[in-house]
Design a protein around this ligand. Structure first.
Ligand code: MFK
Length: 634
């Protein structure tokens, strides 16, 4: 026996230390008055310290250390994801790939994601000899994410279509597993996917055939990412009025772009799609949406290493998404090619918006899932008030509510992916197409908001540790906050819902009601789901009544109702999906419980608020008076 272990054992015998998993741990002692040794000339304190009885002294910092939450394979841990795939895509190849990828994400990639967060990109304006270089330096982990994205086919799958109409679901499941560990690499992937989709829709031919093949390749050395430069200094929502960039025609049919892009995400991209106004010979342009055309440009350097036609003004200092370079760019003669017909820029880039909004929704659902997984794991490790957190019913109620939100979000997003896959594989009915148009903004806006709420609740479930930077948890919240902002804010997307209802003469709503009712058809005989079905039936008829009434109202009324309408569409549809999933023969009791809980909320807030007069003509003035309520002068 070594001297060290003999010492330890004698202390164990004396009751001072226990051996705990091979590590000596001091046990807290409570002093009794008889302990003081008489006649030694040493004070009580000295005697205690000499005997190492004090748990906190010198290098000793006490016996208690928090257990960290452990990220396990996010595919294997996700009962709903696996159930959904067993139901809709029961393919061994998909399962084994997702399982292996989940393992890679938890064991390898998650660390890279953290590295991206702590090593944010830097802009080097000048080289040591004073030459302007505008080089954006990114971390090695960020570069590894690019290679991984190509190898794993994170964009390519959507174009290879290995599982026909279910290929988008498969691709988005991979991104769902990847997103919270990706160090925000899902942002360039979203835009890359969107650019490939736009190119496909305008035709894969010169000058974008090479770009298309690079955006959709699995070879890391050929893989390109794309930007989506839509936001200018006058703002990101009102693109039609805010775009100042001009396109100057060149004699060879190409263009040179001059403008100022105020917010370009993942600016280390290899190419971009962007909007600009074509100048005529007098230098004049057409204002508004009709003046905008869509352009393709490569981000490249000349033989001196200077960016061709671009100056990087500065990197943005953002609340979150710090892993990713976001820059202000001066376009000073950027060589470009027009992709759309003249004046059809917004309509042509809309395909990109659809894809990036779906990616955004995936990231939102994934953020919720990640925080729920980590909080659930932590609850099995952390003891407070004498028992593990998982044994506190109130704590588990909170996590269960987060789980219900996450499940609703997941099914909403997957259903949009299903519709996208059907459209791209030529299987879509007119109803599917209408539903996809309506649900894309609905799902994006709803999941973006849910993500902030669920991730915030998730941080709280870790107590103070959820607020500590180097746990990696606060970054989840900062990154979630952007999900309701970029790619269209909640209000802009609510108005997009109104726009597509109006432009389709209500056909998108007809598709919505038809499909929602068909989802509920199988549930009428399932007694365990009866309260949920009853609540959903009632909400659906309230929504139909609202639509009837709203049809006779003016635009001001509809605009005030737009956000509540979008929320109602989301909650009712998610409820129907949860009920439908719970009716599946492979469903679990938890699937039923989640559907019941979801349907307890106000499923149709637009009807409740209408009944309270929230959209009456007097409301805007009252709202404004409330917002600007100031103390009156005495
Ligand atoms: C992890 C995920 C990360 C995601 C990556 C994020 C990277 C960040 C990059 C960005 O943030 S880029 C900036 C994103 N910007 C936006 O999302 C803009 C928000 N504003 C809107 O969406 C406005 O509603 C919009 C600019 C579209 C309004 O423009 P207009 O010109 O006033 O639209 P208008 O006149 O209503 O429609 C023009 C055409 O586009 C119409 O076609 P037609 O002429 O054929 O009828 C519309 O039908 C069509 N359109 C508009 N929105 C559409 C659409 N088509 C399909 N879907 C849509 N959503």
């Amino acid at each position: 026996m070594s001297a060290c272990s003999a010492l330890l054992n004698s202390r164990v015998a004396g009751g001072c230390f226990r051996l705990w998993r091979g590590v000596p741990r001091p046990v807290v002692h409570f002093r009794s008055a008889s302990v003081a040794e008489r006649g030694t000339g040493r004070s009580d304190e000295e005697l205690w310290e000499a005997a190492s009885y004090l748990p906190f002294s010198g290098a000793r910092i006490g016996s208690f250390f928090q257990e960290r939450p452990v990220l396990k394979n996010p595919f294997l841990e996700d009962a709903l994801l696996r159930g959904y795939l067993r139901r809709h895509l029961p393919q061994e190849a998909a399962f084994s790939d997702l399982c292996a990828f989940g393992e890679r994400v938890s064991k390898e990639v998650d660390v890279w994601g953290r590295e991206c967060e702590v090593t944010p990109p830097q802009l080097v304006h000048f080289d040591p000899w004073g030459r302007r270089v505008d080089h954006i330096e990114t971390s090695p982990a960020w570069k590894r994410m690019k290679d991984l994205s190509a190898q794993e086919g994170l964009v390519a799958i959507g174009y290879e279509r290995p599982f026909g109409e279910w290929s988008r679901v498969y691709q988005m499941c991979k991104l769902y597993i990847y997103s919270p560990s990706s160090g925000l690499y899902t942002c360039p992937l979203a835009m890359t996917d969107g650019a490939a989709k736009v190119i496909q829709s305008v035709g894969v031919s010169w000058p974008v055939d090479e770009a298309y093949s690079r955006l959709t390749t699995r070879q890391p050395e050929r893989f390109w990412t794309s930007g989506q430069w839509m936001t200018e200094r006058q703002g990101g929502s009102d693109v039609a009025r805010g775009t100042e960039t001009v396109a100057v025609p060149q004699t060879d049919g190409s263009y040179k772009l001059h403008g100022f892009k105020w917010f370009t995400s993942a600016t280390d991209a290899d190419m971009t799609l962007t909007l600009a106004r074509i100048q005529d010979r007098t230098g004049a342009t057409t204002p508004g949406s009709r003046g905008l055309s869509l352009f393709y440009a490569e981000v490249s350097r000349d033989e001196d290493g200077l960016l061709k036609g671009i100056e990087v003004q500065r990197l943005k200092d953002k609340l979150g998404t710090r892993q990713m370079p976001t820059a202000e760019l001066l376009l000073d003669g950027l060589p470009a090619h027009r992709l759309s017909e003249v004046g059809r820029g917004v309509a042509s880039i809309a395909n990109m918006l659809t894809i990036t909004r779906i990616h955004n929704s995936i990231s939102a659902a994934a953020a919720m899932r990640r925080v729920v997984q980590l909080a659930g794991d932590y609850a099995t490790r952390r003891t407070a008030f004498g028992k593990l957190l998982k044994d506190h019913p109130l704590h588990m109620q909170t996590l269960a509510r987060m789980e219900v939100e996450t499940r609703g979000a997941f099914l909403l997003v997957m259903d949009v992916c299903r519709l996208l896959g059907r459209e791209e594989s030529g299987m879509a009915t007119q109803l599917d197409t209408n539903l996809l148009r309506l649900l894309t903004p609905v799902v994006k806006l709803y999941t973006g908001k849910q993500a902030v709420a669920v991730v915030s609740e998730g941080l709280e479930s870790f107590g103070g540790q959820g607020y500590i930077e180097d746990t990696g948890l606060p970054g989840l919240l900062r990154d979630a906050q952007v999900l309701s902002i970029w790619e269209g804010t909640t209000n802009v997307l609510s108005l997009d819902v109104l726009r597509c209802v109006a432009r389709s003469s209500g056909l998108v709503l007809h598709a919505y009601f038809t499909h929602t009712k068909s989802l509920l058809a199988g549930a009428s005989s399932v007694s365990s789901l009866a309260p949920a079905v009853k609540a959903l039936d009632r909400a659906l008829s309230e929504l139909e009544d609202f639509v009837q009434v709203a049809a006779s109202k003016g635009p001001a009324y509809l605009e005030l109702a737009a956000r509540d309408l979008a929320y109602s569409l989301a909650r009712i549809y998610a409820g129907a999906l949860l009920i439908d999933h719970a009716c599946w023969k492979g469903a679990s009791p938890s699937d039923t419980y989640a559907a019941l809980r979801w349907c307890e909320q106000d499923l149709c807030p637009v009807a409740s608020k209408q009944a309270r007069g929230c959209y009456d003509p007097s409301t805007p003035a009252l709202d404004a008076a409330l917002v600007y309520d100031r103390p009156t002068q005495d």
